[in-house]
Design a protein around this ligand. Structure first.
Ligand SMILES: C[S@@+](CC[C@H](N)C(=O)[O-])C[C@H]1O[C@@H](n2cnc3c(N)ncnc32)[C@H](O)[C@@H]1O
Length: 223
């Protein structure tokens, strides 16, 4: 019998996500995201929420809902829930959340943003990267499931629009940046062939599809 790879905890979909290292183009796209995130963060102590199988290179510590993810990384990591962070107020300079808010019930997402604001010092930053819904995503993922290139779909809550992501950030933070990322080559990113990595240049030159939203907020310094 195969081991379970996901579960529902208080409504949140926790899981052992795909190993991005098995998808050469996707791995390079994620590395590109990681550079964009790092470029927008202040120096200092950084927390990553829901890091999956790979913590951001800038993160000093991570928190993850699927306990075995937290034991499989080399950096300090805690099993826990991003809706209730086990950290003191003002204890981080930056918080990162990559591709995970769509796993949390919509009514709980503001709590996560409030918790990120609580543990950040004034002037600290939150960087979020979230999948964006749309026809292209629906068709691409539908094709991938039919081809058997993706297993079970656990995205039961659907993705957040760019406005939904920026509204969440703006509820607690000053918005520093919001942009969309994505290319028509997303279907190729599911491939496990090393050849797919050769498409990275083309992927970078064809950024006209809304596949992800990247948003950065800065916690206001009280005047
Ligand atoms: C789609 S995966 C993304 C993983 C990683 N951030 C990435 O981009 O590769 C979503 C992750 O969010 C985690 N997760 C979902 N709800 C959570 C919660 N409330 N607290 C902490 N982690 C959570 C899941 O266990 C899973 O690892």
């Amino acid at each position: 019998m195969s081991e379970a790879t996901w579960d529902v905890q208080d409504g949140a979909i926790v899981e052992r996500p795909r190993n991005v290292r098995e998808h050469p183009l996707l791995e390079r796209i994620y590395q590109r995201h990681d550079r964009l995130i790092a470029a927008r963060l202040p120096a200092g102590r950084t927390l990553e929420l829901a890091f999956g199988q790979h913590m951001h290179p800038r993160a000093d510590i991570g928190l993850e809902g699927w306990p075995s993810n937290a034991t499989a990384v080399r950096k300090p990591a805690l099993a826990g829930d991003a809706r209730s962070l086990p950290f003191a107020d003002d204890s981080f300079d930056a918080v990162i959340g990559r591709r995970f808010l769509h796993h949390v019930p919509p009514e709980d997402r503001e709590r996560i943003i409030r918790e990120a604001a609580r543990v950040l010092r004034p002037g600290g930053r939150l960087a979020l990267l979230e999948g964006t819904p749309g026809l292209y995503r629906r068709l691409t993922k539908g094709a991938a499931f039919r081809l058997g290139a993706l297993e079970e779909d656990t995205d039961i809550y659907g993705h957040l629009s760019e406005t939904a992501v920026t509204d969440l950030v703006e509820a607690e933070f000053d918005l520093v940046q919001s942009r969309t990322l994505g290319s028509p080559l997303m279907l190729a990113s599911i491939s496990e062939s090393d050849l797919s990595a050769r498409l990275l240049d083309l992927y970078e030159r064809t950024q006209f599809v809304k596949w992800w939203t990247f948003a950065v907020g800065e916690l206001p310094v009280e005047g």
